[in-house]
Write a protein that binds this ligand. Structure first.
Ligand code: APR
Length: 230
């Protein structure tokens, strides 16, 4: 079976009703990310940080996967599919995708502030000041903030370097190191970029740009890949 690696950003969840970050109605138009998604924010106003993620977690529980998430599950009929997502939502998992790697963490989990190995599922939507890990320290959202290291990047580059087909969906490709992942894909492997505002990245071999929303572009691409595969 061929390896298909799928790299997703906020755009894959947009049609589910999850806000993107940099579009005209995106999260970073209404919030300053330094004030809600950085170590500095956590140190100065943890309550505001928790509230920011609580609101998003609550909204996430009210929405579901869309046709793009579901099409990626179908791709598993004929391919070994590995999803690498920048999204902290769990819509790929809820759709049924088997292999999902979260580069920027998971909003429905919390993490100890003294021991990063201690990670817990959050029951419901709320994480509060005073919620503690088993070692007695405050729990924080299990997400990668601005200014923090992306610990999973090296593992992600390993996955990308084994891609027979690489599909990028709904990301502005401005946040590094994640945006550089495509550089690790073998030149000869076909690559697809699905995003209504996609620009053609410079110097990428074998790239097809599909300027469509994920809800249309992904099911169409999946159908044609499945048909082409015996
Ligand atoms: N289908 C596909 N793509 C879409 C759709 C849609 N329906 N709607 C919007 N998009 C595209 C936009 O055109 C844009 O290119 O999704 C992209 C969203 O870009 P960003 O808001 O920058 O989101 P993303 O690339 O995932 O951000 C990367 O930045 O703030 C951090 O940690 C956060 O993981 C996030 C990272």
């Amino acid at each position: 079976m061929k390896n298909v690696v799928v790299f997703t950003g906020a755009g894959v969840s947009a049609e589910s009703g999850v806000k993107t970050f940099r579009d005209s109605d995106g999260l970073w138009r209404n919030y300053r990310f330094e004030e809600v998604a950085s170590p500095h924010a956590w140190n100065t106003d943890p309550e505001l940080v928790l509230e920011f993620y609580n609101i998003r977690r609550k909204q996430l529980l009210e929405v579901g996967p869309n046709p793009a998430h579901l099409a990626l599950v179908k791709l598993e009929e004929k391919f070994k599919v590995q999803i690498i997502t920048q999204n902290v939502d769990d819509l790929h998992e809820r759709a049924g995708s088997k292999n999902v790697f979260h580069l920027h963490g998971e909003i429905r989990k919390s993490r100890s502030t003294v021991d990063p190995e201690l990670i817990y599922d959050i029951e419901g939507w709320e994480l509060k000041l005073g919620d503690k890990c088993e070692k007695g320290s405050q729990l924080r959202p299990h997400v990668v903030w601005f200014g923090e290291q992306v610990d999973g990047f090296s593992a992600a580059t390993e996955i990308a370097s084994n891609a027979d087909i690489f599909i990028v969906i709904g990301t502005s490709l401005v946040v590094y190191p994640a945006a550089g992942l495509i550089d690790f894909v073998p030149d000869l492997s076909p690559k697809y970029l699905i995003d209504p505002k996609a620009k053609t990245p410079w110097g990428i071999q074998n790239l097809t740009v599909i300027q469509e929303k994920a809800g249309k572009g992904v099911p169409e691409l999946v159908e044609s890949l499945l048909n082409a595969e015996k």
